[in-house]
Design a binder for this molecule. Structure first.
Ligand SMILES: C[S@@+](CC[C@H](N)C(=O)[O-])C[C@H]1O[C@@H](n2cnc3c(N)ncnc32)[C@H](O)[C@@H]1O
Length: 412
């Protein structure tokens, strides 16, 4: 999770100088990022695996993760944290005695769960200064012999062995905001053993049309009568301020007008970085009721399954050896959402208990009155901003009742 719309307020982290890496006696290693020339050299010369350069925007992004509040909010999200812990315990036979990499370890919590599940060694990597705290937490829990904290970008760190398991909590709002999945792919292609495990293994982003009269009313209708004064002249500004940008908020299943449409399915074993630059899908919904249509909601699921296929040099090869149902589920796990293959699912859908990701809403400036069975058709393109790949451009085209609209917004 990364707080959006706050980028401008963040201070750019100063690039560190010095050598490539520095080891301390407890295994904590600091890697230098922001060495522009060295990065450019690697970027130019390494034709097989291009290293994404670390920009000032990336530095600001990592700086935002140095704040304790963001980690507290993520850890307090019990749906998130307990599903990860359950998934780790459920896959304990793939983790016990094995080497794990935690991509973006934050405070180190997932690395510690992996150590508790019996990992032989965990490389806990984070480019943010929160890695310093992660190392303290590891020491205080007497896990320095198992967990090696690497303070640097996963794109820049070096390790001397392949890993059996990659774990990462990389999902941003609308799944792809913050563009962290690319770093997981980099780690997979550099270090994951053939047949290794990735947690989570799959993800899916969904969208659906929504009605939300209360939200519209409190932001917009309010201006019609303010202490008996007609302030309708404020309406264009009110609509712009309320609905220009995507809005992260919690809705319920009752706001959703149709079954959802899957915008993007991600197989973490096979997806390639270039596929994330831009995602386009066409949708067609049939409204299940008569209602004012206020916009579209987006949400995602991730799945923790051991099965899948892993690419070798871009080619998909055999089935993975590590299965997920290796630990009998206890009561708490049985309550968790499972898919038909019995894989654990972390869902941020409106009908599920809320998480800190909530849902992301793209509101129209004016609602469209739709009848039952009326079609709502169009397309959406989500693309990484050219200016800052952590931002997401959203281009929506939609038609209903013979009228067509276009909406551009940026999640920043
Ligand atoms: C959503 S937080 C998850 C933290 C922790 N794993 C947890 O579950 O509580 C993502 C973390 O990944 C780190 N991160 C993002 N991209 C990274 C990269 N390319 N290299 C190293 N760390 C990265 C961020 O600094 C942040 O601390």
């Amino acid at each position: 999770m990364y707080y959006h719309s706050q980028q401008q307020q963040r201070v750019k982290r100063r690039a560190r100088g010095g050598g490539r890496s520095r080891d301390s006696s407890d295994g904590f290693r600091v890697y230098v990022s922001g060495e522009q020339q060295e990065q450019q050299r690697r970027y130019d010369s390494d034709s097989e695996q291009k290293v994404t350069p670390c920009t000032d925007f990336d530095m600001a992004y990592f700086h935002s993760y140095a704040h304790i509040g963001i980690h507290q909010e993520m850890i307090k999200d019990r749906i998130r944290t307990e599903t990860y812990r359950d998934a780790i315990m459920q896959h304990h036979n793939c983790i016990e005695g094995k080497v794990v990499m935690d991509v973006g370890c934050g405070t180190g919590i997932l690395s510690i769960f992996c150590a508790q599940a019996g990992a032989k060694r965990v490389y806990a990597v984070d480019a943010s200064d929160i890695a310093i705290q992660a190392n303290e937490v590891v020491k205080a829990n007497n896990l320095s012999d198992k967990i090696i904290v690497l303070h640097g970008r996963v794109e820049d760190v070096d390790i001397d062995e392949e890993v059996d398991v990659i774990i990462s909590e990389w999902m941003g709002y609308m799944l792809l905001y913050e563009s962290m999945l690319g770093s997981v792919i980099t780690a997979r292609d550099r270090w994951l053993k053939r047949g290794g495990l990735i947690l989570p293994s799959h993800a899916a982003l969904y969208m659906a049309p929504v009605t939300h009269p209360d939200r519209y009313s409190e932001s917009i209708d309010f201006w019609h009568n303010v202490y008996g004064i007609d302030m309708s002249a404020m309406l264009p500004l009110a609509k712009q301020c309320a609905f220009e940008e995507p809005s992260v908020e919690t809705i319920s299943g009752e706001n959703v007008l149709t079954w959802p449409h899957m915008v993007k399915h991600v197989d973490c074993y096979t997806i390639q970085i270039h596929e994330l630059e831009s995602v386009t899908t066409r949708f067609q919904f049939k409204s299940m009721m008569r209602a004012p249509l206020h916009g579209f909601a987006f949400w995602f699921d991730v799945e923790f399954s051991g099965s899948g296929t892993q690419p070798t040099n871009g080619h998909v090869t055999g089935l993975l050896s590590c299965s997920s149902n290796s630990l009998p589920l206890d009561g708490s796990q049985r309550k968790k959402k499972m898919n038909p293959n019995d894989a654990l699912v972390l869902s941020t859908a409106p009908e599920e208990p809320p998480t800190h990701w909530q849902q992301t809403l793209i509101y129209f400036y004016d609602p469209i009155e739709v009848e039952q069975d009326q079609l709502i058709e169009g397309s959406v393109t989500l693309s990484q901003s050219k200016e800052n790949r952590r931002f997401m451009n959203i281009h929506l085209e939609y038609t209903s009742g013979g009228r067509s609209f276009v909406k551009e917004s940026v999640m920043r």
